[in-house]
Design a protein around this ligand. Structure first.
Ligand code: SF4
Length: 75
């Protein structure tokens, strides 16, 4: 089942480091803040998604599985 990206938008500082990893997985609004909350990760892009989540210096991004549990690493 697909993973989903979660975002604590209030903590986003607009660094755009996430979007630099993949602008489709981590879209920004026109002021440079993330609007990635709820983005469903396409099959095969899970590692890229985890890399993008980890790139956020504010730690406001999370990758969750279909039960809503955080994905910390991939097998
Ligand atoms: S890297 Fe983090 S703080 Fe920066 S735009 Fe992305 S979510 Fe926001």
């Amino acid at each position: 089942m697909p993973f989903t990206i979660k975002l604590d938008r209030d903590g986003c500082s607009g660094h755009a480091r996430c979007a630099a990893v993949d602008p489709d997985l981590f879209p920004l609004d026109d002021q440079g803040y993330s609007v990635a909350d709820g983005v469903v990760v396409p099959e095969g892009k899970e590692r890229l998604a985890l890399r993008g989540v980890r790139s956020c210096p504010e730690r406001v991004l999370t990758l969750v599985d279909d039960d809503g549990n955080p994905v910390q690493k991939l097998g």
